[in-house]
Each structure stands twice: as structure tokens, then as C-alpha cells.
Design a protein around this ligand. Structure first.
Ligand code: ADP
Ligand code: GLC
Length: 477
């Protein structure tokens, strides 16, 4: 099958979050199944640096100015990029250094959707028309609208990686983008008097997917639906909404082969993990104490991720023989609060504010427990990496976290299904209760090792995930 993915991130070319990890793995898994797969993304400076040599496919005058479409092979996968320095030659993809969204985002990502739809329709004669256009998140959403407005036979799939970002813009831009006014309608891309690129994807795509079964259910409810729950209920009733859990890219996240960690390890050689722990403690200036329970967290610092549940409990937690290492960036007040905690407990807490891919691997390999106390979580990848690295996830029971981590209690420990710690309510008290349970289990060496072995035995390969997308495509093609 001929498939074009449209997205704004792809590891290792450009990454701000989990979407990039998914796009760095899913297309490859689909290709391995015998599909003809390509990806379209903006030519950000980071992409330009890593992509290597490109060939020009076409230069076009568009509503967003003159732009050049280029093509390259990247690690064996065909990648199209939109070369438009006036739109994409900026340090950060979505906002400036002060977290202010770029004023022309409406145009930048309309262009992404427009060119995606054009390629799907056969703009690149060498490749021809595709069977499935697969757009991701609001940045790709308009592609589905363009295809519909051209009455294209190409089928489209839209994947929600995070419904909280709806891509809303002033409606008066619509004519400029070459879309018909009729689309500005509740049965279309209209959303509370504005246009929403996410809604364009939801409304016009032939199928909607999201990245876990639980989140697929949650977003049909008002509390998690970001205003889209009505439409999603309809799509669910039509059988056009499906949750497909993400996988883990074993070429990148595997403690046996990970080049970012000092000692490789595996289920029957956990000595390596202990070395990574000692190294992490050393790196953050913490005592090299193997008996201290080392909590870690690697995260964007936004309201979604629940770092405030941790911050509210720092003093209680630090009464025990525990340590904490956090790598994150985002909201300035959360960054500051974390720095303050580290200053108050210099021998127990290490904090690095920033974005650091290599360090994220070292932290996940060195930790004992990885904290993912999200208020909501479409899928979540760091808990999966935690499982793969024998770093037990402590998560809230929501979205993909609920689908991937099994709480440790007497019964689940006995029948060997326990893989981490789960708390139910988004409040600091419930979080602390789970932390206390992890501290108690830590004291029982044997039980801890057994839960850790269960975690290490989990399989989140992309092959079976790609198979599910394949079945979905087959329903519509
Ligand atoms: P989200 O996409 O909502 O941020 P995910 O758990 O799906 O959440 O994916 C986050 C990805 O980004 C993971 O690969 C994680 O390791 C990475 N990540 C998040 N924050 C940082 C950081 N500060 N430095 C390095 N990697 C990070
Ligand atoms: C989003 C979600 C995250 C998910 C990722 C990849 O960023 O917040 O939960 O894992 O997309 O699908």
C-alpha cells in the first residue's frame, strides 16, 4: 500500500515530544511489512542539519509564498521536506524563546496540510498518487480538509497524539488558504467561532485514531474531549474512532544496545543497571548509595504532566532514604520550583532544566522508579521506556498509562502481572500514597526484583502496532 505520513516532528530529525518518537518508528515498521511509505515534514534547521543531501521535487507559488519541495532518503525511508526559510527557519518549531506561538502558525501548518494533500494527489510524478494519507495532530489536520475540498479519491486517517492542542486560528484566514467557505461550519472545521485544524482532521478524515484504547474512550467524554467530545461520540458510534497503542523503538530504547548508557544490561544481567545508577548519582552529585530508592522523571513541564503532584510532596518524600533526579523543561514556574527543591536538598535531589536526549537515556537507565503522574496522557512513552529498562513506572490511571502499567499489590505480585505503581485520582495525596507503596516494596528486595522482571518482560514492539494500522487502512481502501 502507498502511504504518506504528514507530521511536524520525526526522531531524530526534529523532536519536542513523543510524536517524534512515533514518527521515527511507525513508518519504518510499515515499510518492513511491504508498504511504500513516505513522510512529509517542514524543513526546520534541525532537519536541514541531519537529513543530508536532498533533491528538488518542485518549486511552487502558494498562499504561503514560493516554496520548494525536496526529497531525501533518510535511513532507508523516503522523506519530503518543505523548504521555506521564511516560515520554518526558526530555532523552535512552534513558538519563540518566550513561549509565544508564532503569529503565522496558521499559514505554516496550512502549508504543511496543503502540500501533504498535493503529494497525496500525485504532485511528485515519480511517486504518483497514494492510497492513504495519514495526518498527525493539529499541524497535519488541514490535509484532510484539502483532500475533501478537491473531491480526492485518496483516503485519509487522522491520529490524535494530544487533543489538548486544537490548533485554533481566526476564521478570516480561511479564504486565503484556498479552502471553501462552506467548510467554516460546525459540520466542518468551525470551532467556537474560530477554525480548528485539529477539528478539520477529526471532521474530514475517513478514520480517526488515537494512541491508546483508554484515551480513545476518554476523549468522547466532556472532561477530556477538549470540546470535541460531541463529534467524537458520533465518530465512535459510526465505528470510525479507534485507539491503537504506541510501541517502543527497540533500535533506540534497549538497555542491551543503548550507546548512551555506560553499562549495558538485560533481564538476567542486572549488574549493569546498578552501574548506571551509580553513574547517575555521581553525575548529579548525589551520594552513591545503592540502597537509596532513586526516583526519576523526564518530561515536558506542562500542566498535563503533573509535576506539581511531586512538588507538593517533596518534603514528605525526602524524609525517607530516597533520591530524585528530574530532567525537564517548560513552564518557568515549574522549572523554578524544581530548582528550589534541588537547592533545599542538594544531597538528595538533582535537577537538570533543559532538553537532552542522551541524558534522558542515562536517567531512565539509572533510576529505580520513573514518575509519570499525568493529569491526562494520550499514550505516554516514558513509562514504556521505564518498563523496558526495568525502572518501575509510577503512573496515574489515565489514558495510555492505564493501558500499559499494572499496579503492584499482593495478588498481582503473586501472579506476576505487577509492573509498577498506579494511583487513581489527580491529587497530591493519592500520588503520595503510591510513592509510599513503592518505598515499602523497595524494602522487600526479592519482591522488587520480581516485579522488575515482569516489567522487563513486557513487549511493546512496533511490528504488531503497524499490523493494526494496516487493518484499519484496509477497511477504507
Ligand atoms: P509527550 O509527547 O506528551 O511529551 P511522551 O511520553 O509521549 O510525552 O514522549 C515524551 C518524549 O520526549 C520521550 O521520548 C521523552 O524521553 C522525551 N523528553 C521529554 N522531555 C525531555 C527532556 N527534557 N529531555 C530529553 N527528552 C525529553
Ligand atoms: C503526545 C502525547 C503522548 C503520546 C505522544 C505520542 O505528545 O502527549 O501521551 O505518547 O503524543 O503519541
Amino acid at each position: 500500500m502507498k502511504i504518506l505520513h504528514i507530521c511536524s516532528e520525526m526522531y531524530p530529525l526534529i523532536k519536542t515530544g513523543g510524536l517524534a518518537d512515533v514518527m521515527g518508528a511507525l513508518p519504518y515498521a510499515q515499510q518492513e511489512m511491504g508498504n511504500d511509505v513516505r513522510v512529509l515534514l517542514p524543513y526546520y534547521p534541525q532537519v536541514r542539519e541531519k537529513l543530508g543531501e536532498t533533491v528538488e521535487v518542485a518549486t511552487l507559488g502558494t498562499f504561503a509564498g514560493v516554496v520548494t519541495l525536496r526529497f531525501a532518503q533518510f535511513n532507508g525511508l523516503g522523506v519530503y521536506v518543505i523548504d521555506a526559510p521564511h516560515l520554518f527557519d526558526r530555532r523552535l518549531p512552534y513558538y519563540d524563546d518566550n513561549y509565544q506561538d508564532y503569529m503565522d502558525n496558521y499559514k505554516r501548518f496550512a502549508l504543511l496540510g496543503y502540500l501533504g494533500a498535493q503529494i497525496a494527489e500525485g504532485l511528485d510524478h515519480w511517486w504518483g498518487r497514494v492510497e492513504v494519507l495519514h495526518a498527525h495532530d493539529w499541524q497535519g489536520g488541514l490535509a484532510c480538509a484539502y483532500l475533501k475540498s478537491w473531491h480526492s479519491p485518496v483516503k485519509s486517517v487522522f491520529t490524535i497524539h494530544n487533543i489538548a492542542y486544537t490548533g485554533r486560528f481566526q476564521a478570516y484566514h480561511l479564504p486565503e488558504l484556498g479552502l471553501p467557505w462552506e467548510f467554516f461550519h460546525p459540520n466542518g472545521l468551525e470551532f467556537y467561532g474560530e477554525m480548528s485544524y485539529l477539528k478539520a482532521g477529526l471532521y474530514f478524515a475517513d478514520r480517526i485514531t488515537t494512541v491508546s484504547p483508554t484515551y480513545a474512550q476518554e476523549i468522547t467524554e466532556e472532561i477530556a474531549g477538549a470540546g470535541m467530545h460531541g463529534l467524537l461520540q458520533i465518530r465512535q458510534a459510526e465505528g470510525r474512532l479507534k485507539g491503537i497503542l504506541n510501541g517502543v523503538d527497540e533500535a533506540v530504547w534497549n538497555p542491551e544496545t543503548d550507546g548512551n548508557i555506560i553499562a549495558p544490561y538485560r533481564a538476567n544481567y542486572m549488574h549493569g543497571k546498578a552501574k548506571n545508577k551509580a553513574e547517575l548519582q555521581r553525575q548529579f552529585g548525589l551520594p552513591e548509595d545503592k540502597d537509596a530508592l532513586l526516583f526519576v522523571m523526564v518530561t515536558r513541564l506542562t500542566e498535563q504532566k503533573g509535576a506539581d503532584f511531586l512538588l507538593a510532596n517533596i518534603d514528605q518524600m525526602m524524609q525517607y532514604n530516597v533520591q530524585l533526579v528530574v530532567l525537564g523543561s517548560g513552564a518557568p514556574e515549574l522549572e523554578q520550583a524544581l530548582r528550589d527543591s534541588a537547592a533545599r536538598y542538594p544531597h538528595k535531589i538533582g535537577v537538570k532544566i533543559g532538553y537532552d536526549e542522551a541524558l534522558s537515556h542515562q536517567i531512565i537507565a539509572g533510576g529505580d522508579v520513573i514518575l509519570v503522574p499525568s493529569r491526562f496522557e494520550p499514550c505516554g512513552l516514558t513509562q514504556l521506556y521505564g518498563l523496558k529498562y526495568g525502572t518501575l513506572p509510577l503512573v496515574r490511571q489515565t489514558g495510555g498509562l492505564a493501558d500499559t502499567v499494572n499496579d503492584s499489590h499482593k495478588e498481582s505480585i503473586e501472579n506476576r502481572t505487577a509492573t509498577g505503581f498506579v494511583f487513581r485520582y489527580p491529587d497530591p495525596q493519592d500520588f503520595l500514597e503510591a510513592v509510599m507503596r513503592s518505598i515499602n516494596l523497595w524494602k522487600k528486595n526479592k519482591l522488587w526484583s520480581s516485579v522488575r522482571q515482569n516489567a522487563l518482560a513486557q513487549d511493546f514492539g512496533w511490528g504488531k502496532v503497524a499490523q493494526q494500522y494496516q487493518s484499519l487502512y484496509q477497511e477504507i481502501v
